[in-house]
Write a protein that binds this ligand. Structure first.
Ligand SMILES: Cc1cc2nc3c(=O)[nH]c(=O)nc-3n(C[C@H](O)[C@H](O)[C@H](O)COP(=O)(O)OP(=O)(O)OC[C@H]3O[C@@H](n4cnc5c(N)ncnc54)[C@H](O)[C@@H]3O)c2cc1C
Length: 398
């Protein structure tokens, strides 16, 4: 007999977790709200959302009502007036509950911050309050079939036509792509220039002529997440929708936001490590083998001890990075270290944990098998891990 699949998130691995240096009563309350939200509003729908490859649209409005969207955006723009810590807490709870169905990281952690950092006052007032309620769902569209890592090669172009841009091209792998109605699109405003020709233009897609969504992409993991292609066939967008007020700033804008984006990926990866270990500890303590619990075998004990140590070290490093980010001191190479090392360690830990489930670990009804498929993308998106190592090495070679 195996232990039954666990649907709620087991939280005790028998070791008292180190206190988080940045936690306070306000964040504890948010953590509690987020935990209840993901467990009540998302986990029960997992199977149906997996089958349809996307969450129900109303999850965004519910998340908005629960105060989980735009938590780090000032109140005057409809947000929660929190900091990166608020995004981190929500991200941890979402990862712990294994809810991949909607990317609040992209919506609140990335796109809202592009608008906050580079948007005009009018742009902030136009989009942020509606993002905070979930009326607008945001996506960021950089990758194209011919350009993922090498973003200078994007082909989607925006040409001025009076007071508008005419945008043509296609994007792929776009997270939140099925529901998104506000897309931050990386375009070439100067096709002859490399990085200096890239700009970011916000596109409101409701009723927009020439805009089309492609199919919901079939993925190895994160099957509840709507990941799609987007097509722009000469769409007309007001030139006012350019972010930053001047063409050609897109590449720099993307680079400036990357430390925060990569740190959020690391935060999610560490939370997932702890979920995998808790899940596995539960299993090996219940599963009998040779007349004893599987936990009694030295290999099991050592493997779990190694995983727990790695996850604890990872959390410490990420907490240190969070502190640096809050002080405005998180540099690009350190964020790259956090991103590559936590996502790789996450994959290793989940693999070791799955092994301890034996055949049950290979069955999709067991959370550990879903984790195995879900975490793999961490080494690819947000900048492939090889790119992270290049960034670190370049800084060492100066
Ligand atoms: C589930 C999912 C969600 C995504 N969501 C989004 C999204 O919301 N918006 C968006 O714009 N994009 C998104 N992406 C795209 C993602 O950012 C790209 O897949 C990623 O940047 C890699 O680009 P690519 O797939 O074109 O691979 P390529 O650029 O072709 O790279 C392939 C491989 O080459 C190697 N490589 C690349 N560069 C180097 C280097 N400098 N040195 C050594 N080796 C290198 C790496 O192993 C890399 O994995 C998503 C992707 C996935 C899978």
């Amino acid at each position: 007999m195996s232990s039954p699949p666990v649907h709620g998130a087991p939280r005790t691995a028998g070791i008292r977790p180190a206190p988080r240096p940045w936690m306070d009563a306000d964040l504890e309350m948010l953590r509690d709200t987020a935990r209840r939200f993901f467990e009540r509003e998302c986990v029960p729908h997992e199977a149906r959302w997996t089958a349809q490859h996307h969450a129900d649209r109303d999850i965004w409005k519910k998340a908005g009502q629960a105060g989980l969207l735009c938590a780090s955006i000032p109140e005057e723009y409809g947000g929660g007036s929190g900091s990166f810590l608020h995004e981190a807490v929500i991200c941890e709870e979402q990862a712990t509950a294994m809810v991949a169905a909607f990317s609040n990281n992209v919506h609140s952690g990335i796109v809202a911050h592009y608008i906050l950092a580079y948007g005009s006052e009018a742009q902030k007032r136009r989009w942020l309050p509606r993002m905070a309620t979930g009326e607008l769902v945001a996506a960021i569209a950089m990758s194209e079939p011919g350009a993922g890592t090498d973003l200078q090669r994007i082909k989607t172009s925006a040409q001025r036509d009076g007071g508008d841009y005419l945008i043509s091209g296609s994007k792929t792998f776009i997270t939140n792509g099925h529901h998104a109605n506000l897309v931050c699109v990386a375009v070439k405003t100067d096709t002859a220039a490399g990085a200096k020709g890239v700009s970011l233009v916000m596109v409101e897609t409701d009723g927009l002529e020439g805009f089309r969504r492609g199919r919901l992409l079939e993925k190895l993991g994160q099957k509840t997440m709507d990941t799609t292609e987007l097509f722009f066939d000469g769409i007309r967008v007001p030139a006012d929708n350019l972010l930053g007020g001047e063409e050609g700033r897109g590449f720099t804008q993307l680079m400036q936001q990357l430390p925060q984006e990569r740190l959020l990926i690391a935060v999610g990866a560490v939370a997932t490590m702890h979920r995998a270990i808790a899940e596995t500890t539960d299993h090996v303590r219940q599963r009998e083998i040779f007349g004893k619990p599987l936990m009694a075998l030295q290999n099991t004990r050592f493997k779990l001890a190694e995983c727990q140590t790695q996850a604890t070290v990872a959390r410490s490093f990420v907490d240190d990075c969070i502190g640096r980010l809050l002080r405005g001191e998180l540099d690009v190479p350190t964020a790259a270290m956090a991103k590559w090392w936590t996502t790789q360690t996450n994959c290793q830990i989940v693999d070791e944990c799955l092994q301890l489930f034996g055949g049950y670990g290979y069955m999709t009804e067991y959370p550990i098998s879903r984790l195995y498929a879900d975490v793999r993308v961490g080494k690819i998106y947000g900048g492939a891990n090889e790119v992270m190592k290049e960034i670190i090495a370049r800084a060492m070679d100066r």
